[in-house]
Write a protein that binds this ligand. Sequence first.
Ligand code: PEP
Ligand code: MN
Length: 263
Amino acid sequence: LVSRKNKSEDTVIDIKGEKVGAGELTHVFGPCSVESYEQVKEVAQAVKKQGGKLLRGGAYKPRTSPYDFQGLGEEGLKILKRVADEEGLAVISEIVNPADIEKAVEYIDVIQIGARNMQNFELLKAAGSVKKPVLLKRGMSATISEFINAAEYIISRGNDQIILCERGIRTYEKATRNTLDISAVPILKQETHLPVLVDVTHSTGRRDLLLPAAKAAIAIGADGIMAEVHPDPAVALSDSAQQMDIPTFENFIKEINKQQPVK
Ligand code: PEP
Ligand code: MN
């Protein structure tokens, strides 16, 4: 059902009036983790000032170590909703437990399924059963075909509001946290009718590579960029090495706004 052979026109996802995949670029910015109301508010105001409509923030954090910050859970979703309502933004947040999907849709506008859960089939089925857009990230060891099949799980349950997100894959290369598989973007655009975003934060894991990676993603036909922004990355509770502070973010927007989407 996600195949171009089945539907030739591009799927456009309407998130509170922001149309993803309609030809204009749609970017998603926000902190890695929701840490406090004040932190989310500061980033939200910066995003809004730059004309952004979509705010991200993790409440349920899938961390490699159980001793690392695990996220604020439902409290984090409440903070996101409060800030989104105050600032007129839409929010995207990762859900890791199928049982949390129904509750989460009351707080968030887009359900994110993270790389580690791309083949959590019960979670995919649960996300397929609600009427909410889903941002599905590519698993770090998933082939493009497996990624497309994961989207198929969602659409086959009745939810066709799916945004694909390339976020880098594991290779032998150690210079970056993951290897951004840039060619996945045109392949996904050719093989499916879904919008495709590129997460430059988790693919590179390096602040100095965010801008060149974003430029490459736009040049190759991505529908938008995801990147992490924090008021003070040095003290961030997760992904401190690659989040942008607000002045860096403002420059990032200025630079990527020079680029036009590729049709
Ligand atoms: C995230 O976007 O917060 C995240 C954890 O990313 P990924 O699932 O791609 O690692
Ligand atoms: Mn992160």
